[in-house]
Design a protein around this ligand. Structure first.
Ligand SMILES: Cc1ncc(COP(=O)(O)O)c(C=O)c1O
Length: 476
């Protein structure tokens, strides 16, 4: 076993060289062809963020009394995001390490609120559309809550209100909607959902992790969007990530609560050990001040005008790409995306093969599996870094789709589905032994062509694919 620690250290130059060498197989984020998970604010802003980050890297944000600057910077950032989300003066919040932590905090807060305010609930439940982010399911898993996933309206991939209404019960401690969901870029009918929750005195969280900032800027630029923020009285908490369309470095997000009466259930305070007193509003304790300072710097540097420029060019490019795709026969954008995030599906060709071929041309999208009526698809989160490459993307996609349609598929999707269906309910070992010969997996490295593997995973019941993925990654 070889790790990083050597018996005797090596030179700084060599370490840097080794680090650079280690990235040989990494995707190059500077190409403008990474269509997900990367939010590059541009060279100047990036350099500024690096400077702000490194200046505050050593400081421990746990000790706000020692570093009041960090507390002040965090307050400024939280206030700015709260203002975008039309919060009043009662709304309070904190910065976290990302969307997942913000969501964990919203759910933990709701659980503890319910323990005190609805002590009759012994089997707490969370209600959420099947498009809500896995972080909510993680929260349910960590905090031992049941979940009720509700249907989507498949004409637009927004939450179906009938299914939602039926799921809310006397045991529901938190209900969730997304603005927008990651998978299809659609805003749920938040106004109606929050009102349904309020009728039953249920806390309602809006997941604005990916889109809260972007959509608010769109709204301020005059776009007619449905309300999804604190302007709706039933909304009790919102998460909004800075490290996505806030274009700030990871790890930075904001969790906002309707008022202090709710946020009081977020805290963990402990003075009952021999150690120092812990006072945490979020899950982390010691943490660097870097992401806070960098977020503050980016917000200040870009200002609203900077964000409007980014949003405006991203929306233009999105509209062009979507109409370009709609002209390509054999592939389509599904649903009705509300911002620069959307999804490609096909009932003619295997989209995972499209993904493999587009990867050969340097394009990185996210494969998403069939679930809740949504077909296998490829997700794109377009950012400003992709704007100059938007036309080329459509050209490449057209060429790839045309070739797959004319030359035929290398993957026999129907046959793979039949093999999967035959073993789907068998134990994991049987599933693996049957499927491995079909998916080009040898050893623990993922195959270069992922289409057969993705096709198989997409067809398996979610429960089984979770088990399979856990097994695989645990072996690595
Ligand atoms: C809507 C939504 N919520 C939550 C998250 C989780 O965010 P993070 O990856 O920062 O934990 C994401 C991530 O893409 C998201 O799109």
């Amino acid at each position: 076993m070889e790790g990083a620690m050597l018996e005797k250290g090596v030179s700084r130059e060599r370490v840097v060289e080794e680090l650079i060498d280690s990235t040989g197989k990494d995707v190059d984020w500077r190409t403008g062809r990474v269509l997900t998970g990367l939010y590059d604010p541009g060279e100047d802003a990036h350099d500024l963020a690096v400077e702000a980050y490194t200046r505050f890297l050593p400081q421990n944000a746990l000790y706000v009394n020692m570093y009041p600057s960090i507390g002040n910077l965090e307050k400024d950032v939280v206030t700015s995001i709260a203002e975008l989300l039309r919060a009043d003066d009662e709304v309070v919040g904190n910065m976290t390490s990302g969307g997942t932590e913000s969501i964990l905090m919203a759910v933990k807060t709701a659980r503890d609120w319910a323990r005190e305010n609805k002590p009759q609930i012994t089997e707490p439940e969370m209600v959420l559309p099947v498009s809500a982010h896995p972080a909510f399911l993680k929260a349910a898993h960590y905090f031992d809550l049941s979940i009720k996933q509700t249907d989507l309206d498949l004409s637009n991939y927004r939450a179906d209100l009938t299914s939602y209404r039926e799921a809310l019960s006397d045991n529901t401690i938190i209900a969730v909607g997304s603005a927008p969901n990651f998978s299809h870029g659609s805003i749920d009918p938040i106004k109606e959902m929050a009102a349904l929750a309020a009728e039953k005195d249920i806390l309602f969280h809006v997941d604005g992790c990916v889109g809260g900032i972007y959509l608010s800027i769109m709204r301020r630029m005059g776009d007619k969007l449905p309300d999804f923020d604190f302007s709706l009285p039933g909304v009790t908490s919102i998460s909004a990530d800075l490290h996505k369309y806030g274009y700030t470095p990871k790890n930075a997000s904001v969790i906002l609560y309707r008022n202090r009466d709710l946020r009081k259930y977020a805290w963990f305070v402990c003075s009952s050990t021999t150690e120092y007193v812990v006072i945490n509003p979020t899950t982390q304790s010691s943490r660097t001040g870097g992401p806070i300072a960098a977020a503050w710097a980016i917000l200040r540097y870009l200002g609203e005008e900077g964000f409007q420029n980014i949003v405006s060019k991203s929306q233009d490019a999105t509209n062009k790409v979507i109409s370009g795709i709609r002209e390509i026969e054999g592939i389509d954008v599904i649903g009705k995306p509300d911002m620069c995030m959307f999804t490609l599906a096909s009932d003619e060709i295997n989209v995972f093969e499209v993904d493999d071929e587009m990867k050969m041309r340097g394009w990185q999208m996210i494969p998403q599996f069939a679930c809740g009526g949504s077909p296998p698809n490829l997700h794109i989160s377009l950012t400003q870094a992709n704007v100059p490459h938007a036309e080329q993307f459509v050209k490449d996609l057209k060429a790839v789709v045309e070739t797959l349609r004319s030359k035929g598929s290398a993957v026999n999707t129907a046959e793979l589905y039949a093999v999967v269906d035959e073993v789907a309910e068998e134990p994991l070992e049987v599933i693996m032994a049957t499927l491995i010969p079909h998916i080009g997996l040898s050893g623990m490295d993922l195959p270069e062509k992922m289409a057969p593997l993705n096709t198989v995973l997409s067809r398996l019941p979610a429960r089984k694919r979770d088990q399979l993925l856990t097994f695989f990654f645990n072996m690595k």
